[in-house]
Design a protein around this ligand. Structure first.
Ligand code: EPS
Length: 374
């Protein structure tokens, strides 16, 4: 069983994670984690904090000479802005943030004690864990990409791009969008929102290429891979919706327009010519690309704050003005890659047995042969 936990406050000493259940024999260089940590910091619309931090991982346990040994892996990313004990109290909750509900729940009279942990900075730790999960998946030829399809109402028009092209175009875009015209409009919209003291949300898409058919199961509700992926993606701060393949659009179409017809050729085995299901049927991967969309609401901290109430005096005020991003959808895509990688790595370990990468590969190859002969 693959499991992990994170800890750390946004302006505390560090962001941490412990990952348990990684098989032995996987090479993990710090550099593969640092690449994703840097990608998480980028994107037009990020706030000033990203210019302060350097986000580099230190692995404290679980590796010998950069190779996993089956024991828990501990990750630490230092916060350069570690001023938590010097920061002033926050009394004006921001609508849309955890501020008010968190303060009421934990009986905290200073909202700072809520926002420090509710902050999306927590995702530093998840991206570090996700990079190791990606390394395991890569051993089985599984690749993950993300790209932004909408920001602030501007929608990208993605032409029929292959996986590699999609990655190379979106990674060069300041908003991680594969439509260069939409990219420009999105950047302008972000600048506009910033000038007006506002914030923006959007949609990002995750694509997993190379996952074998047969991960997850219909036999129990919590074994469905679609449910597990949705849980993981919904757990990303500010994500409000998750869909697969044709997504919510399927609600408006007839079955004949939605379901992917089945064909067979001796050489190829079973195959489809469409992938409206987004690579999952009956809670099980089909072997086609897994395609997931996630909807992110606009950041809750606004330059021109909304109406709120002082939690001590109960008088009307404007919400707290914290340093924040105007738009973090491009970064959320990188976080989405991490959480889907962790779910799929867990499903691979469950299916193929996971004390060592070699053992997993033996079982994986045996299963591939079984599928080929089916
Ligand atoms: C973030 C760090 C935070 C915010 C952002 C995400 O840093 P600070 O609060 O010091 O500016 O920029 O957090 C939020 C959007 C939020 O609502 O808390 C990061 O590292 O991703």
């Amino acid at each position: 069983m693959l499991r992990y936990m994170t800890s750390g406050e946004s302006h505390g000493k560090a962001m941490l994670a412990i990952l348990d259940g990684m098989p032995a024999g996987l090479r993990v260089e710090d550099s593969i984690i640092n690449v994703d940590l840097s990608r998480r910091m980028l994107g037009h619309g990020r706030g000033k904090r990203m210019r302060i931090e350097a986000d580099k991982v230190r692995i404290l346990s679980g590796l010998r000479k950069s190779v996993t040994i089956g024991s828990p892996i501990t990750f630490m990313v230092n916060n350069i802005d570690d001023t938590i004990d010097r920061l002033p109290a926050v009394l004006h909750p921001r609508p849309g943030h955890a501020d008010l509900s968190g303060a009421i729940k934990y009986d905290l009279k200073d909202i700072r004690s809520v926002l420090e942990r509710a902050s999306a900075r927590e995702t530093v730790a998840r991206v570090a864990v996700g990079a190791v999960a990606k390394a395991l998946l890569a051993e089985f030829g599984i690749d993950i990409a993300s790209h932004v399809t909408a920001i602030g109402g501007i929608e990208a028009e993605i032409k029929d791009l292959g996986f590699k092209q999609l990655v190379s175009i979106s990674e060069r875009s300041p908003v991680r969008c594969a439509d260069p015209d939409a990219s420009k409009l999105m950047c302008a919209e972000i600048d506009d929102a910033m000038e007006e003291g506002d914030s923006l949300g959007g949609i990002f898409e995750l694509i997993v290429r190379g996952a074998p058919a047969g991960l997850g199961s219909y036999t129990q509700w919590d074994k469905r891979i679609s449910a597990r992926i949705a849980f993981a993606v919904m757990s990303i701060q500010a994500v409000r919706g998750v869909s697969f393949g044709t997504g919510i659009g399927a609600a408006h179409l007839r079955g004949s327009m939605v379901h992917d017809e089945i064909f067979y050729e001796k050489k190829r085995g079973f195959y489809r010519t469409t992938n409206n299901a987004g690579g999952i049927e009956g809670g099980i991967t089909t072997g086609e690309a897994i395609v997931v969309q996630a909807v992110m609401k606009p950041i809750a901290t606004l330059g021109l704050p909304l109406a709120s109430v002082n939690i001590r005096t109960k008088r009307p005020v404007r919400a707290a003005l914290e340093r924040a991003d105007v738009c973090a959808v491009p970064a959320a895509g990188v976080i989405g890659e991490a959480v889907i990688a962790i779910e799929l790595a867990g499903a691979m370990i469950e299916k193929f047995g996971g004390d060592s990468v070699r053992e997993m590969k033996r079982n994986y190859n045996g299963y591939k042969e079984q599928v080929r002969k089916f």
